[in-house]
Design a protein. Sequence first.
Length: 184
Amino acid sequence: MNTKRNFIKQFLKDKKMVGAVSPSTKFLGKKMLKNIDFSSSKIIVELGPGTGIFTDMIIQRMAPDAKLFLFELNDDFHNTLAARISDPRVKIFHESAESIQSKLDQGEQADVVISSLPLMVFPETLRKNVVSESYKSLKKDGIYIQFQYSLQSKKLLEATYKKVSLSFTIKNLPPAFVYTCYKT
């Protein structure tokens, strides 16, 4: 099935899980990934990979000894990713982002968490749990990267992370804000 058509179908099916009518663009992907040092990032977590636009970009850039953990709740997106990704460095979970720590090996912490989750359509408790779980799973000096279509997540992210930088791209439908948050 056509990726864009399937994405629209999933959006119409569950707007609380799929936050946009169109998949993210590679322009947004470049902006999301630009602050990641892939040579030293050994544990990368991606939340809500959807059709895998960012996933493919991460796999191309990640080190041979790195691991990528994907968390995708949407049945169709999860099954499509599982069927097409055979890279042994990638682990795909059909689970909530709230379970990140339970999937990391004992003592492991993520270098980077990349989130495409539509935080603002989540109930407040889930939104806070996802941001908190991401923070707890990161090592010191780890990076949390989140894109959103508005500035509504700014207060939550600034309350969790001491350093938050914000950028914007118009080359996405809809245009998007990218939050890069640093755990100190």
